[in-house]
Write a protein that binds this ligand. Structure first.
Ligand code: S3P
Length: 207
């Protein structure tokens, strides 16, 4: 007997509607280190049937160096220039879900490109959640100082007003990944429904 085909994930009504409303645009995830951009992004991409890419990995691949190596050998300014270039390239590719490094959206050029070519989602998170997650790995040069928590707090103050420019946002919580993915889909749809109402609705509303 032939096995029944695996259910197509994107057949859920909200997923199908989101894909339609995206009209080929990327989804770009922004937020601080430890917010869960990669884990939510991967699952969101899977649910939508889109490719997933992490800008940090793309930078490491093109530089053939790890992020800590790039920071140590070339410095943060060069890392940021590479990050801007790589994200511009990723935005020029076919539709995908792009998780960006925590500092990427702070760059005005990158923000402008994201606004034009993608719909952005901020993964907002509270300090204890971020600290719990980043403590698992030692691969973030910005958090190698004496007081990573103070650094994180300072980054929150500086960056949250800028992340808030993203089109949509969700609160990153310690809940099953599927709930985070559903929250992401709902939040993106809420934004798109409001910002880009269906043309029928516009016609109906016309005098
Ligand atoms: C950085 C975040 C990191 C990485 C680099 C710098 C930042 O990415 O790009 O260490 O400036 O916040 P994640 O947010 O994926 O950890």
């Amino acid at each position: 007997m032939i096995d029944a085909p695996a259910p197509v994930q994107s057949s859920s009504p909200s997923t199908a509607r989101l894909l339609e409303k995206l009209r080929g645009r990327h989804i770009v995830l922004v937020g601080l280190m430890g917010a869960g951009k990669t884990s939510v992004g991967k699952r969101l991409a899977q649910r939508l049937g889109l490719p997933f890419v992490d800008s940090d990995h793309a930078i490491e691949e093109s530089a053939r160096m790890t992020i800590p190596e790039i920071f140590a050998e070339r410095g943060e300014t060069e890392f940021r220039a590479g990050e801007r270039k790589v994200i511009a390239r990723l935005l020029g590719e076919r539709q995908q879900v792009i998780a960006t490094g925590g500092g990427a959206y702070m760059d005005a050029e990158t923000r402008a490109r994201v606004r034009e070519q993608a719909v952005s989602l901020w993964l907002n998170a509270e300090l204890p959640t971020l600290m719990r997650r980043v403590q698992r790995r030692q691969n973030r040069p910005l958090l190698q100082g004496a007081d990573p928590e103070a650094t994180m707090r300072e980054l929150m103050e500086r960056r949250y007003p800028v992340y808030a420019e993203a089109n949509a946002s969700i609160m990153s919580q310690e809940v099953p990944h599927e709930l985070m993915v559903q929250a992401a889909v709902d939040s993106l749809l809420t934004y798109l429904d409001k910002a880009e109402p269906a043309s029928d609705t516009l016609k109906d509303a016309a005098p």
